[in-house]
Structures are given as structure tokens and as C-alpha cells.
Design a protein around this ligand. Sequence first.
Ligand SMILES: NC(=O)c1ccc[n+]([C@@H]2O[C@H](COP(=O)([O-])OP(=O)(O)OC[C@H]3O[C@@H](n4cnc5c(N)ncnc54)[C@H](O)[C@@H]3O)[C@@H](O)[C@H]2O)c1
Ligand SMILES: O=c1ccn([C@@H]2O[C@H](COP(=O)(O)OP(=O)(O)O[C@H]3O[C@H](CO)[C@@H](O)[C@H](O)[C@H]3O)[C@@H](O)[C@H]2O)c(=O)[nH]1
Length: 454
Amino acid sequence: MKVVMIGSGYVGLTTGVALSYIGHEVSIIDIDVKKIDKLKNRIPPFHEQGLEQLLQETSSSMSFYDHWEGINLDVDIIILAVGTPSKSNNEADLSYVEDAARQIGNKLTRNMNPLIVNKSTVPIGAADKVKQIIMQTCTAKGFVSHIQVASNPEFLREGEALYDSFYPDRIIVGVDSDFARNQLYSLYQPILERTFKPLSVLPKARNATLPPFISTSPNSAELIKYAANSFLAMKISFINEFANLAEQVGADITEVARGIGLDERIGTRFLNAGIGWGGSCFGKDTRAIIQTGKQYGSEMSIVQTVVQTNDKQRELVVKKLQNYLKVLRGKTIGILGLAFKPNTDDIRDAPSIDIIQRLIDLGVYVQVYDPLAMEQCKLSHPSLDIHYTETAEEVFNQAHAIILVTEWEEFRTLSYQHLVQRMRNNLVIDGRNFLNGEIITEYGYTYSGIGKGS
Ligand SMILES: NC(=O)c1ccc[n+]([C@@H]2O[C@H](COP(=O)([O-])OP(=O)(O)OC[C@H]3O[C@@H](n4cnc5c(N)ncnc54)[C@H](O)[C@@H]3O)[C@@H](O)[C@H]2O)c1
Ligand SMILES: O=c1ccn([C@@H]2O[C@H](COP(=O)(O)OP(=O)(O)O[C@H]3O[C@H](CO)[C@@H](O)[C@H](O)[C@H]3O)[C@@H](O)[C@H]2O)c(=O)[nH]1
């Protein structure tokens, strides 16, 4: 099939590369000229496992455009994967989706009939809105468009975006017709039936079960996305709330999480207590669905609590520091990790930024190391008054405490027994329960995890 992807971000690019790998001819358009320049040279604009290799492998079936004039919309499917960030009132900002819809309308001619597929996370009714914009733009040009718009929410995780694109748990399509459903089945057929050539750059499928293809109404599909993210965020806020209690009552939250997670109805995943969830999606999507609830007089009180619990969780490590060190002004604190989670350079809504800002406000000298996200941090937070170190080890120099914020694998194997000698005080706050507290204590540190009261 011929496919146009609008947006070359985490979703658009990884999905585009995957579709190209399974045999489609994919054109990607993005208004970010720098991104497209890189992509034309097969350089990934962000870090994602396997992306660089796959960009090379798919070079004959992928093309990139930085302006709408050059792109041909006489294709089978056009996918929208533009951003839907939070507006100042926490609603989802649909302006990028609407602009893209207008641009599609401007370029369509009478004889073109691609299926429009919305992959961006959007509030309920956005598929209808996109359809309305395209039809109005066509009408203004003098013809009636019979365009159809489907919703196809995306569930990939950053850091594992390509794996998730090839081995999704399910594919949800919100459609109004058999035509739309069949087009989307054909688009994903090699993934649904797992008939594509296995990829050397990705781990093997962790599950032998093929992904189900679920077709729903567009409104249900749009709501599924918000419900999924809210539920996952809820699991984390839930375990964090219990972690804080565990610390008070002398229990260990990792034991509690395992104990409840082995009940299949609960499940072991997404029960890692820590400094709270971050990233480009959970925060904006939970806040957006709370706003949608308000518009319908349907209060999303559980989701509201999930967000509040998470906001408090980000302050927890600073409180811990105050408990141990008392006055923070004039102290040096080392931060291990900036990315909102490992294996990505993304720092959108990363807990690290809130924690660092709070420390700076309290008069702390902050030194930071992250294997991938430092450049991104310098670009998006140029005024953040911190010292970036060249190695993880330097973060320990003269530090009164270390906070482990992101569980990068390389932080597990640092030479902790030697690094303690570089510090002025021996405190390690493990914001991800990532290190072995017993061993760290044997090396002479004071170790504090999250929810480790026993
Ligand atoms: N990042 C994720 O892990 C993830 C996962 C699932 C769903 N989503 C959702 O997918 C959507 C995209 O997320 P993302 O993280 O890929 O965003 P992103 O910000 O990384 O990428 C969006 C891209 O769209 C481009 N763009 C904006 N307007 C355009 C236009 N009119 N024409 C062409 N390009 C345009 C931007 O320049 C940008 O490169 C969001 O709605 C998000 O909530 C994201
Ligand atoms: O047990 C856990 C699991 C995750 N996290 C944190 O939760 C955040 C989000 O993690 P994750 O969900 O792995 O990353 P994302 O890439 O943001 O993916 C989420 O958001 C995407 C965008 O909507 C969805 O597509 C994915 O399904 C959904 O998992 C990160 O800060 C993690 O550190 C925890 O604190 N404890």
C-alpha cells in the first residue's frame, strides 16, 4: 500500500519505518526542517533502539518531505501522528491535528480517496472534527469529498517503540465502515499474522500469541487510549501510595508488589514504586481526560487522585534529602539520570526536571549525568542552572548525596565501593529501587530506597 505519515516524531517515525519494513511505500512529512534533513541522511532525530539500522534497511521504500507542496496524497492511507500537547487549561491542544487536516484538504483533488487514520492521542470526537475540516476545505475548492476518517490509537512505549510496533499487544481501529476496517487490516496484516522477516535489531517476540485486531466505533477507540494510559498511571500511583505507607510501617514495597502482582487479576507489571511517572503521555493524557470529564459533568475523581499522588511523589526525594541532611542550601547533590525512563533521550515531563528545579530553589549545587539525555536537556531547559558531568563517576565528586533518578543499566555496575570515597557525605537515595541496598550499605553508604521500611 502507499502510505503518507504526517509527523516524524516518536510515533510517526517508528510506525513509518515499521510499515515500510513490512512492505508498504511510506512518505513521511514533517514541518520540522531539521528533523527531515537528518532523516534524508538516514540519521534518527531521537534515540530509539534499532531505528538507525532500520532507517538504512528501508531506504528504498521511504521518502521524506519538509513541505506540503512536494508530497503526493494520491495514496491508500494517510496517517496523522502529530503532537497533541496540553493547552494551558490542560485540554489536549488539537491545533496541530487541525492544521494537518486543513493541509490534507488543501492538497486533495476530486479523484483521490485515501483513508485518513488518526494515530495521535485525541479527545473524543476528534475523528469527526478532522473529517469536517477536510470536507469543508474540499467544498471550498468546489467538490464534495467522501473522505473517511478512522481512529487508530497507538500504544507504543518509548525506548521500546520499534518492538511495540512490530509486536503490539493489540491493534485497535475505530471505524465507521467495512472499507476502513479492511484497509486497516491490510495495512497491518504482516504484523497481525506475524509474517514479516524477523528483525536482527530487535529482541524476539516475548509472546507467541498473535495480536488481536479489535474494531470499535471511533469514539470508543479514542476513549480506549485515555483509559489505557490512565489505568497504567493509576497502577504506578497506587503502588507509590502503598510504598509511602510501607516505609512508615516497616514493610518493603517490592515484596508487597510481588505479593499482589502474582494474583493474575492484578499482574506484576507497572508496580515498580519510585519517584513517580513522567514522559510525554501520562501527564498530558490524564489531565486531558479529567478536562473531558468536566465538560460532560462526569468527574474523573480516580484519575485526579492519580495525578495528585504523582505530583507529591516527585517531592518525596527532596523531603528525604531534607530529613537526612537538614539544611540543603550550600550542599552538592549528584543526580544520576535525566530521561523520564531508561533507553530514551526524551525528557518531556521527566521527574528529574521538577526534582532539580526544587533543589536549585533550595540553594543546592546540582551535578548531573545521563548517558543520552543531556543534550536534549541543554536544548529544552537552557536556563537550568546545573553542572553536566562527562561521566557518571564525576557525579559523586564532593557530593553530599546522590539521587538515582533514571534506572539506566550502566548505573547498576558503577564502582560504588570506590566512589563513596569521592563524596563528602555518603547518602544514596535510590528513586527507582534499582540498586541492591544491602550491598550498597556494605560499601559504606547510607541507602534509602522508596517504600523500603523494613
Ligand atoms: N511518544 C509516545 O510514546 C506516544 C505513544 C503513543 C501515542 N502518542 C501520541 O502520538 C502523538 C504524537 O506523539 P509524538 O511523541 O510522536 O510527538 P512528537 O512531538 O515527537 O512528534 C510530532 C511531530 O509532528 C510534527 N508536526 C506537527 N504539525 C505538523 C504538520 N501540520 N505537518 C507535518 N508535521 C507536523 C512535528 O514537527 C513533530 O515532529 C501524540 O498525540 C501523542 O500523545 C505518543
Ligand atoms: O512500574 C512502573 C512503570 C513505569 N514507571 C514510570 O512511568 C513512566 C512511563 O513509563 P512507560 O509507560 O514505560 O513509558 P511511555 O513511553 O511514556 O509509554 C506510555 O505512554 C505511551 C504514550 O501514550 C503509551 O503509548 C504507552 O502504552 C505507555 O506505556 C516512566 O516515567 C516510568 O519510569 C514507574 O514509575 N513504575
